[in-house]
Design a binder for this molecule. Structure first.
Ligand SMILES: [Zn+2]
Length: 350
């Protein structure tokens, strides 16, 4: 049985190809983090090596070995840790060379060798070129599965040699139902996690079993609420701190913007009376109270500002400037922020 949840279109396509024995020799699975790319890749590896009539059965020896990462013919290639620093290294030419060597040997214990390349957009240029050579010369009994968040970050020559399969985020109700029925998460928690996950079941599952993720979210929300109430002095200090953080970890700042977007979208939804579809379901009271202090147009404008800031950061604009402008755009408590800015400018010019 396929373990991946809610990717029916992609699963039935793979199932049909398995039945007709017409699988591609390389697949590119595209989708946001935690949407189920690795689960699907491992399921496909199981299906290719399964001994049962209905593949993947999940119960035969090969299926179990693959599930526990103990099958000699299924390898996951991904980022490695730099020995001298804590930073992750790009997927190197050596890793791909090793893989190429392995493709020239027959399967060791199973029917088909499967190489899963995680974060394929992080192949170094040399490694991507080598990968291309491997894809150009398909070998029998070898299947490559490349996983990526965004295929635009991969060389077009690599993309064109793979069958593209897009994994879409699930509906919140689908995540909620899966959490509840398959993993026994209590209804209220399942509802909150489903909303916060934005359709990425893997995230919801991690958060269900590791309290630290919800704890981090609570801390981020607290900080966000403080900044909304703060004057420009404090907001600019915060922008500066985020800009420094951005140079070390771009993703974490993008994540902060995503949390903000969720919060202000919720304010808008509360304002127009659509409380049923908000993300932060456990903070409804705060949202209702806060929404009273803003006009709908103010909320909408700031949502546009957050989206524009995200886009500018992705396009390599000066992070400090982008984040400072965002702080200026954020509607504060009536009049307070503006007065503080006037004082600030007067001091500067005076
Ligand atoms: Zn099996």
């Amino acid at each position: 049985m396929w373990q991946v949840v809610g990717q029916d279109r992609v699963v039935s396509l793979l199932q049909r190809s398995l039945e007709k024995e017409s699988l591609a020799h390389a697949y590119l699975l595209i989708g946001p983090p935690h949407v189920g790319k690795m689960t699907l890749a491992l399921n496909l590896a199981q299906a290719l090596n399964c001994e049962a009539a209905e593949r993947p059965c999940g119960e035969c020896v090969p299926c179990q070995k693959i599930a526990s990462a103990n099958h000699a013919d299924v390898q996951v290639i991904g980022l490695t840790q730099d020995e001298n620093s804590a930073e992750a290294k790009l997927i190197s030419t050596d890793q791909i060379k090793e893989m190429q060597h392995s493709t020239s040997l027959p399967p060791f214990e199973g029917k088909c060798k499967v190489f899963i390349i995680e974060d394929a957009e992080l192949l170094s240029i040399e490694a991507a070129n080598r990968m291309l050579k491997t894809l150009e010369e398909p070998t029998d009994k070898v299947v490559f599965i490349l996983l990526t968040m965004n295929d635009r970050h991969l060389p077009q020559t690599v993309v064109s040699r793979c069958q593209r399969l897009e994994l879409a985020p699930l509906a919140a109700t689908e995540v909620e139902a899966a959490l509840n029925s398959r993993w026994g998460i209590e209804p209220e928690k399942a509802k909150l996690l489903a909303r916060l996950s934005h359709g990425c079941l893997g995230w919801a599952l991690s958060a269900a079993f590791e309290d630290s993720l919800l704890q981090q979210r609570a801390e981020k929300l607290e900080r966000l609420l403080e900044i909304i109430k703060a004057d420009y002095e404090e907001r600019f200090a915060y922008a500066n701190q985020l800009a420094t953080q951005f140079t070390q970890n771009r993703g974490s700042v993008q994540e902060v913007l995503d949390w903000w977007l969720d919060w202000w979208r919720d304010l808008m939804l509360v304002k127009i009376g659509c409380r049923d579809i908000i993300t932060n379901v456990d903070r409804l009271d705060t949202l209702v109270e806060m929404a009273k202090g803003y006009r709908l147009a103010q909320i909408r404008e700031f949502i546009n500002s957050i989206q524009a800031a995200g886009k500018q950061l992705r396009q390599n604009a000066n992070p400090r400037l982008v984040l400072e402008v965002l702080m200026l755009d954020m509607p504060g408590k009536e009049g307070r922020g503006k007065q503080s800015l006037a004082t600030r400018l007067a001091v500067k010019n005076g």
